[in-house]
Design a protein around this ligand. Structure first.
Ligand code: NAP
Length: 265
Protein backbone atom coordinates (compact mmCIF):
# COMPACT_ATOMS: atom_id res chain seq x y z
CA UNK A 1 0.00 0.00 0.00
CA UNK A 2 1.29 3.51 -0.75
CA UNK A 3 2.28 5.40 2.39
CA UNK A 4 0.30 8.69 2.43
CA UNK A 5 2.91 10.17 4.79
CA UNK A 6 5.75 9.71 2.32
CA UNK A 7 5.97 12.18 -0.61
CA UNK A 8 6.17 10.69 -4.12
CA UNK A 9 9.74 9.93 -5.21
CA UNK A 10 11.25 12.74 -7.27
CA UNK A 11 13.06 12.07 -10.55
CA UNK A 12 15.34 14.65 -12.15
CA UNK A 13 15.88 14.25 -15.91
CA UNK A 14 18.84 16.22 -17.25
CA UNK A 15 17.61 16.75 -20.78
CA UNK A 16 18.15 18.83 -23.86
CA UNK A 17 17.62 16.15 -26.48
CA UNK A 18 14.53 14.78 -28.18
CA UNK A 19 15.13 11.40 -26.56
CA UNK A 20 15.08 13.05 -23.13
CA UNK A 21 11.69 14.63 -23.84
CA UNK A 22 10.44 11.25 -25.07
CA UNK A 23 11.71 9.70 -21.84
CA UNK A 24 9.86 12.28 -19.73
CA UNK A 25 6.64 11.53 -21.61
CA UNK A 26 7.13 7.78 -21.17
CA UNK A 27 7.82 8.21 -17.44
CA UNK A 28 4.65 10.30 -17.03
CA UNK A 29 2.63 7.63 -18.83
CA UNK A 30 4.11 4.76 -16.83
CA UNK A 31 4.21 6.26 -13.32
CA UNK A 32 1.69 9.12 -13.42
CA UNK A 33 1.55 11.09 -10.16
CA UNK A 34 3.28 8.27 -8.26
CA UNK A 35 6.55 9.85 -9.44
CA UNK A 36 7.25 13.60 -9.43
CA UNK A 37 9.44 14.58 -12.38
CA UNK A 38 11.56 17.67 -12.98
CA UNK A 39 13.00 18.11 -16.47
CA UNK A 40 16.10 20.29 -16.61
CA UNK A 41 17.42 22.15 -19.66
CA UNK A 42 20.60 24.19 -20.16
CA UNK A 43 18.34 26.82 -21.69
CA UNK A 44 20.54 27.73 -24.65
CA UNK A 45 18.38 26.31 -27.44
CA UNK A 46 14.66 25.96 -27.94
CA UNK A 47 13.64 22.30 -27.77
CA UNK A 48 11.40 20.80 -30.47
CA UNK A 49 8.95 19.82 -27.75
CA UNK A 50 8.70 20.20 -24.03
CA UNK A 51 7.70 17.20 -21.94
CA UNK A 52 4.78 17.16 -19.54
CA UNK A 53 5.43 18.18 -15.94
CA UNK A 54 7.79 20.63 -14.29
CA UNK A 55 10.53 22.10 -16.48
CA UNK A 56 13.45 24.18 -15.21
CA UNK A 57 15.89 25.99 -17.45
CA UNK A 58 19.49 27.20 -16.97
CA UNK A 59 22.66 25.94 -15.31
CA UNK A 60 22.58 24.71 -11.72
CA UNK A 61 25.92 26.21 -10.63
CA UNK A 62 28.32 23.34 -11.27
CA UNK A 63 28.48 20.05 -9.38
CA UNK A 64 28.03 21.77 -6.01
CA UNK A 65 24.99 23.70 -7.20
CA UNK A 66 23.48 20.56 -8.61
CA UNK A 67 24.12 18.63 -5.37
CA UNK A 68 22.41 21.45 -3.44
CA UNK A 69 19.45 21.25 -5.85
CA UNK A 70 19.18 17.47 -5.34
CA UNK A 71 19.07 17.91 -1.57
CA UNK A 72 16.75 20.94 -1.55
CA UNK A 73 14.28 19.28 -3.93
CA UNK A 74 14.53 15.85 -2.28
CA UNK A 75 15.45 14.26 -5.64
CA UNK A 76 15.51 10.47 -5.34
CA UNK A 77 16.93 9.53 -8.77
CA UNK A 78 18.67 11.27 -11.69
CA UNK A 79 18.65 10.34 -15.38
CA UNK A 80 21.42 11.97 -17.40
CA UNK A 81 19.81 12.14 -20.84
CA UNK A 82 22.01 14.89 -22.28
CA UNK A 83 23.86 14.85 -25.60
CA UNK A 84 26.91 12.52 -25.60
CA UNK A 85 29.16 15.56 -26.19
CA UNK A 86 27.77 17.44 -23.17
CA UNK A 87 30.68 16.37 -20.96
CA UNK A 88 30.50 19.04 -18.27
CA UNK A 89 26.93 18.38 -17.16
CA UNK A 90 27.55 14.61 -17.21
CA UNK A 91 30.55 15.03 -14.92
CA UNK A 92 28.64 17.43 -12.66
CA UNK A 93 25.82 14.92 -12.42
CA UNK A 94 28.19 12.13 -11.34
CA UNK A 95 29.87 14.29 -8.69
CA UNK A 96 26.58 15.74 -7.42
CA UNK A 97 24.83 12.36 -7.23
CA UNK A 98 27.80 10.84 -5.41
CA UNK A 99 27.85 13.75 -2.96
CA UNK A 100 24.09 13.67 -2.32
CA UNK A 101 23.76 9.86 -2.35
CA UNK A 102 21.28 9.84 -5.21
CA UNK A 103 21.22 6.97 -7.75
CA UNK A 104 22.06 8.03 -11.32
CA UNK A 105 21.59 6.41 -14.72
CA UNK A 106 22.87 7.67 -18.09
CA UNK A 107 20.70 7.36 -21.20
CA UNK A 108 23.21 7.42 -24.04
CA UNK A 109 22.55 7.07 -27.75
CA UNK A 110 24.09 3.94 -29.25
CA UNK A 111 27.39 4.63 -31.06
CA UNK A 112 27.42 4.54 -34.86
CA UNK A 113 29.35 1.60 -36.27
CA UNK A 114 31.19 1.84 -39.62
CA UNK A 115 29.59 -0.18 -42.43
CA UNK A 116 31.21 -1.64 -45.56
CA UNK A 117 31.78 1.24 -48.00
CA UNK A 118 32.19 3.89 -45.30
CA UNK A 119 35.22 6.19 -45.58
CA UNK A 120 35.51 7.57 -42.04
CA UNK A 121 38.47 9.57 -40.79
CA UNK A 122 38.42 9.83 -37.01
CA UNK A 123 39.39 13.06 -35.21
CA UNK A 124 39.56 13.88 -31.51
CA UNK A 125 38.57 17.52 -31.79
CA UNK A 126 36.98 19.98 -34.22
CA UNK A 127 40.48 21.47 -34.79
CA UNK A 128 41.79 18.02 -35.77
CA UNK A 129 38.80 17.54 -38.10
CA UNK A 130 39.50 20.91 -39.76
CA UNK A 131 43.17 20.01 -40.20
CA UNK A 132 42.13 16.85 -42.10
CA UNK A 133 40.26 18.79 -44.81
CA UNK A 134 42.93 20.53 -46.98
CA UNK A 135 43.70 18.19 -49.88
CA UNK A 136 40.69 16.00 -48.98
CA UNK A 137 37.77 18.21 -50.00
CA UNK A 138 36.74 21.59 -51.37
CA UNK A 139 33.00 21.65 -50.51
CA UNK A 140 32.21 20.41 -47.03
CA UNK A 141 29.00 19.87 -45.08
CA UNK A 142 29.46 20.67 -41.38
CA UNK A 143 26.87 19.24 -39.00
CA UNK A 144 28.37 20.67 -35.81
CA UNK A 145 27.28 23.14 -33.15
CA UNK A 146 28.22 26.82 -33.46
CA UNK A 147 30.75 26.38 -30.65
CA UNK A 148 32.73 23.91 -32.80
CA UNK A 149 33.05 25.98 -35.98
CA UNK A 150 35.98 28.33 -35.22
CA UNK A 151 38.76 26.03 -36.55
CA UNK A 152 37.06 25.88 -39.98
CA UNK A 153 37.31 29.68 -40.43
CA UNK A 154 41.04 29.23 -40.99
CA UNK A 155 40.52 27.20 -44.20
CA UNK A 156 39.96 29.83 -46.90
CA UNK A 157 40.11 27.50 -49.90
CA UNK A 158 37.16 25.37 -48.76
CA UNK A 159 33.46 26.22 -49.18
CA UNK A 160 31.31 25.24 -46.21
CA UNK A 161 27.65 24.36 -45.95
CA UNK A 162 26.67 24.50 -42.27
CA UNK A 163 23.52 22.77 -41.07
CA UNK A 164 21.88 24.33 -38.05
CA UNK A 165 18.56 23.89 -36.24
CA UNK A 166 17.64 27.54 -36.82
CA UNK A 167 19.20 30.21 -39.04
CA UNK A 168 21.55 32.42 -36.97
CA UNK A 169 21.46 36.23 -37.28
CA UNK A 170 25.05 36.22 -38.67
CA UNK A 171 26.71 33.53 -40.84
CA UNK A 172 28.56 31.26 -38.41
CA UNK A 173 31.57 31.15 -40.80
CA UNK A 174 32.63 33.81 -43.31
CA UNK A 175 31.08 33.07 -46.73
CA UNK A 176 29.39 29.83 -45.66
CA UNK A 177 25.96 28.63 -46.76
CA UNK A 178 23.55 27.86 -43.93
CA UNK A 179 20.91 25.17 -44.30
CA UNK A 180 18.41 24.57 -41.52
CA UNK A 181 16.88 21.32 -40.36
CA UNK A 182 16.07 19.29 -37.29
CA UNK A 183 16.28 15.49 -37.21
CA UNK A 184 15.15 12.91 -37.81
CA UNK A 185 16.50 13.07 -41.35
CA UNK A 186 16.02 10.49 -44.10
CA UNK A 187 18.67 9.14 -46.42
CA UNK A 188 16.98 10.25 -49.64
CA UNK A 189 16.76 13.89 -48.54
CA UNK A 190 20.32 13.77 -47.22
CA UNK A 191 21.62 12.38 -50.52
CA UNK A 192 19.75 15.15 -52.32
CA UNK A 193 21.30 17.77 -50.00
CA UNK A 194 24.82 16.45 -50.63
CA UNK A 195 24.26 16.39 -54.40
CA UNK A 196 22.59 19.81 -54.57
CA UNK A 197 25.51 21.48 -52.78
CA UNK A 198 28.13 19.35 -54.60
CA UNK A 199 29.51 18.29 -51.22
CA UNK A 200 32.72 16.25 -51.32
CA UNK A 201 33.14 15.58 -47.57
CA UNK A 202 31.04 15.64 -44.40
CA UNK A 203 32.25 16.60 -40.92
CA UNK A 204 30.16 15.43 -38.00
CA UNK A 205 30.33 14.55 -34.33
CA UNK A 206 29.94 10.86 -33.46
CA UNK A 207 26.62 11.63 -31.80
CA UNK A 208 25.15 8.21 -32.53
CA UNK A 209 21.50 7.16 -32.55
CA UNK A 210 18.96 6.91 -35.33
CA UNK A 211 17.81 10.51 -35.77
CA UNK A 212 20.84 11.88 -37.60
CA UNK A 213 22.59 8.86 -39.12
CA UNK A 214 20.98 9.32 -42.57
CA UNK A 215 23.85 11.62 -43.62
CA UNK A 216 26.21 8.67 -43.10
CA UNK A 217 24.05 6.48 -45.34
CA UNK A 218 24.02 9.25 -47.98
CA UNK A 219 27.80 9.79 -47.78
CA UNK A 220 28.34 6.03 -48.13
CA UNK A 221 26.06 5.87 -51.17
CA UNK A 222 27.96 8.74 -52.82
CA UNK A 223 31.40 7.41 -51.78
CA UNK A 224 32.20 10.56 -49.76
CA UNK A 225 34.63 10.74 -46.86
CA UNK A 226 33.22 11.55 -43.41
CA UNK A 227 35.43 13.21 -40.82
CA UNK A 228 34.01 11.96 -37.53
CA UNK A 229 34.80 13.68 -34.24
CA UNK A 230 35.03 11.10 -31.47
CA UNK A 231 32.85 11.33 -28.37
CA UNK A 232 34.43 12.46 -25.12
CA UNK A 233 35.01 9.51 -22.77
CA UNK A 234 31.73 8.57 -21.03
CA UNK A 235 31.33 9.15 -17.32
CA UNK A 236 31.66 5.94 -15.28
CA UNK A 237 28.46 4.46 -13.92
CA UNK A 238 25.40 2.60 -15.16
CA UNK A 239 24.23 3.50 -18.68
CA UNK A 240 21.51 2.29 -21.04
CA UNK A 241 20.68 3.07 -24.66
CA UNK A 242 16.89 3.23 -24.77
CA UNK A 243 13.89 4.63 -22.94
CA UNK A 244 12.50 1.17 -22.10
CA UNK A 245 15.68 0.30 -20.19
CA UNK A 246 15.35 3.51 -18.15
CA UNK A 247 11.77 2.58 -17.18
CA UNK A 248 13.00 -0.86 -16.08
CA UNK A 249 15.74 0.76 -13.99
CA UNK A 250 13.20 3.06 -12.34
CA UNK A 251 11.06 0.04 -11.54
CA UNK A 252 14.08 -1.78 -10.12
CA UNK A 253 15.23 1.04 -7.84
CA UNK A 254 11.69 1.63 -6.64
CA UNK A 255 10.48 4.76 -8.38
CA UNK A 256 6.99 4.14 -7.03
CA UNK A 257 5.67 5.60 -3.82
CA UNK A 258 4.76 2.14 -2.48
CA UNK A 259 8.36 1.01 -2.96
CA UNK A 260 10.99 3.37 -1.53
CA UNK A 261 14.07 4.04 -3.69
CA UNK A 262 17.33 2.35 -2.85
CA UNK A 263 20.93 2.84 -3.94
CA UNK A 264 22.10 0.64 -6.81
CA UNK A 265 24.92 -1.61 -5.82
P1 NAP B 1 27.98 20.96 -21.21
O1 NAP B 1 29.24 21.56 -21.76
O2 NAP B 1 28.06 19.60 -20.66
O3 NAP B 1 27.36 21.90 -20.08
C1 NAP B 1 27.75 23.25 -19.87
C2 NAP B 1 26.95 23.78 -18.72
O4 NAP B 1 25.58 23.96 -19.11
C3 NAP B 1 26.89 22.85 -17.53
O5 NAP B 1 28.03 22.98 -16.72
C4 NAP B 1 25.61 23.29 -16.86
O6 NAP B 1 25.79 24.54 -16.18
C5 NAP B 1 24.72 23.62 -18.03
N1 NAP B 1 23.87 22.51 -18.47
C6 NAP B 1 24.07 21.64 -19.51
N2 NAP B 1 23.03 20.81 -19.64
C7 NAP B 1 22.15 21.13 -18.65
C8 NAP B 1 20.88 20.62 -18.26
N3 NAP B 1 20.29 19.63 -18.93
N4 NAP B 1 20.26 21.20 -17.19
C9 NAP B 1 20.85 22.23 -16.51
N5 NAP B 1 22.05 22.75 -16.86
C10 NAP B 1 22.69 22.21 -17.90
O7 NAP B 1 26.85 21.00 -22.30
P2 NAP B 1 26.83 21.64 -23.78
O8 NAP B 1 27.64 20.80 -24.67
O9 NAP B 1 27.12 23.11 -23.64
O10 NAP B 1 25.30 21.40 -24.13
C11 NAP B 1 24.29 22.17 -23.49
C12 NAP B 1 22.97 21.43 -23.64
O11 NAP B 1 22.69 21.24 -25.04
C13 NAP B 1 22.99 20.03 -23.01
O12 NAP B 1 21.82 19.86 -22.25
C14 NAP B 1 23.06 19.08 -24.18
O13 NAP B 1 22.32 17.90 -23.98
C15 NAP B 1 22.46 19.88 -25.33
N6 NAP B 1 23.11 19.56 -26.62
C16 NAP B 1 24.48 19.55 -26.72
C17 NAP B 1 25.06 19.22 -27.94
C18 NAP B 1 26.56 19.15 -28.08
O14 NAP B 1 27.03 18.81 -29.18
N7 NAP B 1 27.34 19.45 -27.07
C19 NAP B 1 24.26 18.92 -29.04
C20 NAP B 1 22.87 18.94 -28.89
C21 NAP B 1 22.30 19.26 -27.68
P3 NAP B 1 26.11 24.59 -14.61
O15 NAP B 1 27.48 24.07 -14.44
O16 NAP B 1 25.93 26.02 -14.26
O17 NAP B 1 25.09 23.72 -13.92
Amino acid sequence: MPDPERPAPHLLILGGEDVAAALAAAVAERFGDRLAVTYSLAGRTTPARLPPGRVRSGGCGGAEGLAAFLRAEAVTAVIVATHPFAAAISRNARLACDAAGVPRLCLRRPEWQPQPGDRWLMADTAAEAAAALPGLATRVLLTLGTADLAPFAALPGIAFVVRMIAAPPQPPLPGCTVVTGRGPFDAEAETDLLRRHRIDAVVTKASGGGATDAKLVAARALGLPVVMIRRPPPEPGPAVEDVGAVLEWLDRIGARSDNPPAQES
